[in-house]
Design a protein around this ligand. Structure first.
Ligand code: TYD
Length: 207
């Protein structure tokens, strides 16, 4: 058993979770805590290589099944090389996305593959976060923010507004599936407002 704390941020594209994850990591570091900020897909050398296969190119490049295998290959490497070693030394690990993203994106939004995702998670990962903050944003705002970035990593954003709507429903269902682990955060408003909501949600929960 590890002594660290494993916190994940989840939400649809453009929800602001990456900004909030970074801000929280900076704030906790400023308090003198040992914090590792990481992300998925990616977070380790091998997983970052797999990331490029996943986020660039034609939206129809992979079937949902192939995508699941690639995400889990990346996640296993991320877990082995980044997350577990940091938790073992007692760090707070903040990951921008983890298995819940696969549950929602591949499991709910792109086909009825949730059972496959849960089985893969159990077999190859077997670790849930201690706490997950799910940033909720309406589909249109999310899509606008996501595409405005012009990052060249828009394979998922390019699936359009209907897909974003499914993601929102998927994330809401997640809050019901994991009521003790997952907390919903309203993503409306400016960065500071949402950051305050994040800090409020953490009161009494961090070690
Ligand atoms: P991310 O880098 O978080 O993108 P963004 O900053 O736009 O939120 O993730 C890249 C894309 O990969 C994103 O559209 C969500 C998708 N994704 C999945 O479909 N399944 C997964 O398991 C993960 C981790 C990400």
């Amino acid at each position: 058993m590890s002594d660290g704390f494993f916190l994940t941020f989840e939400g649809a594209d453009g929800s602001g979770k990456s900004t909030q994850a970074r801000r929280l990591a900076e704030a906790l570091k400023a308090e003198g805590r040992d914090v590792v900020l990481t992300r998925e897909p990616g977070g380790s050398t091998g997983a970052e290589e797999i990331r490029r296969l996943l986020v660039e190119g034609d939206p129809g490049r992979w079937s949902a099944e192939t995508e699941i295998l690639l995400f889990f290959a990346a996640r296993r490497d991320h877990l082995e090389r980044t997350i577990l070693p940091a938790l073992e030394r007692g760090a707070i690990v903040i990951s921008d996305r983890f298995s819940d993203s696969t549950r929602v994106y591949q499991g709910a939004a792109r086909g009825e593959l949730r059972a496959v995702v849960d089985t893969m998670h159990k077999l190859m990962i077997g670790k849930e976060p201690d706490l997950t903050l799910v940033i909720d944003i309406d589909a249109e705002t999310g899509l606008k923010r996501g595409l405005a970035r012009n990052s060249g990593e828009d394979r998922f954003e390019e699936l359009g507004a209907g897909f974003q709507q499914k993601l929102r429903h998927g994330y809401r269902a997640l809050l019901t599936d994991f009521p003790t682990r997952c907390i919903g955060i309203d993503g409306k408003g400016d960065e500071d407002t949402v950051a305050t909501r994040v800090r409020d949600a953490l009161i009494g929960r961090l070690p």
